[in-house]
Design a protein around this ligand. Structure first.
Ligand code: ZN
Length: 334
């Protein structure tokens, strides 16, 4: 959480909620306008009425005078993709916020426009209505707790047939299954811990390779005629030895040789965000290294479960794997 007090102080007297709402609705289109939600808290009925009827603003001792607005972008939210939760409120000043969505905590910080925003994740296979909870703390000490409903839309992810080496499609030994489980548990633990790491990332995020995407996120994979798994990463083309770069600032959390992922690197970017880089021929960083966006961290390879050299890139928010393209498109300044 970041205290917004000094930023808010510079804006006293200007840019009320009504005005910023109109500006944002105009720039984001009618669809966004439909999702614009101004929700009065339990104790703010009088102030909402004052805003509607255009009465003189109540005295400073009456609060909150204008309820904060909570919205999200893009709207609608799509399964498997990141989105931005935005809290705007001027009177009384919104100083900080906490919240949760999809079973993960949200980490709010001030954006370039002075609003509080947080990255949030719509899990794959979560189409339907889900609760967004936010606790908004005002500079005057009042707290406004809200629960809103977000409808998650289908992602329309394609199905693809894939031929893989028999050793990966045949039943695996208990030892091997235990190894795969252990490796996935280590990654989950890194993703959980990332919620405790201060936010290091800043947008825009960059793709880990300039090469084309050969297999997008979310597709169903059909092995030998049976749907066995979803593709929870994004594949980039690349020859063995081609560079792989970090998508954002962060700390290297894991460098290892995994059964499925081969030579892998995971980077903790803080505030719940983790990226992973699979099948590398070489790993050029060590756990604990700090990296910047664009730093060369490894080389494309064909290690682990692959049909040929490529980069399998993973984006996680907490427990959820998400479409990397929604990270590239992500902005806190919506
Ligand atoms: Zn892949």
């Amino acid at each position: 959480m970041i205290n917004r007090t000094d930023r808010a102080d510079r804006r006293v007297g200007g840019n009320g909620v009504g005005r910023s709402g109109a500006v944002l609705a105009a720039t984001t289109g009618l669809f966004a306008f439909g999702a614009w939600l101004t929700l009065a808290s339990g104790q703010s009925g009088g102030s909402a009425e004052a805003a509607v009827t255009g009465q003189a603003p109540p005295s400073a001792s009456t609060f909150p005078r204008t309820p904060a607005t909570v919205r999200w972008s893009p709207d609608p939210v799509t399964e498997g993709r990141l989105f931005t939760v935005i809290i705007e409120g001027e009177d009384p000043e919104v100083s900080e916020a906490t919240g949760s969505f999809g079973g993960e905590p949200l980490h709010f910080a001030s954006n370039a426009k002075g609003a509080l925003t947080a990255m949030a994740a719509a899990p794959l296979d979560s189409v339907g209505s889900h609760a967004l909870r936010v606790n908004i703390r005002h500079a005057d000490g009042s707290v406004d707790s809200r629960e809103l409903s977000i409808d998650i839309s289908p992602g329309g992810y394609p199905m693809e047939s894939l031929t893989v080496a028999p050793r990966f499609s045949e039943p695996q030994s208990p030892e091997l299954e235990a190894r795969i489980e252990r490796e996935s548990e280590r990654v989950l633990e890194i993703a959980r811990r990332s919620h405790e790491t201060p936010r290091m990332w800043s947008a825009p995020f960059i793709a880990p390779r300039e090469g084309r995407i050969t297999s997008g996120f979310g597709s169903g994979r059909v092995f030998n005629g049976t749907v066995e798994s979803r593709h929870t990463g994004t594949d980039f083309a690349g020859a063995v030895g081609a560079p792989v770069t970090a998508s954002a600032r962060g700390v290297v959390a894991l460098v290892d040789d995994f059964y499925l992922g081969g030579n892998v690197i995971y980077i903790d970017h803080g505030a719940g965000l983790v990226t992973g880089y699979f099948h590398l021929s070489e790993q050029l960083v060590a756990p604990g290294d700090r990296v910047e966006a664009g730093d060369r961290i490894g080389l494309v390879g064909a290690t682990g479960r692959v049909t040929g050299p490529h980069l399998h890139w993973i984006v996680r928010y907490g427990a959820h794997s998400l479409d990397g393209e929604s990270l590239i498109a992500y902005s806190p300044d919506r």
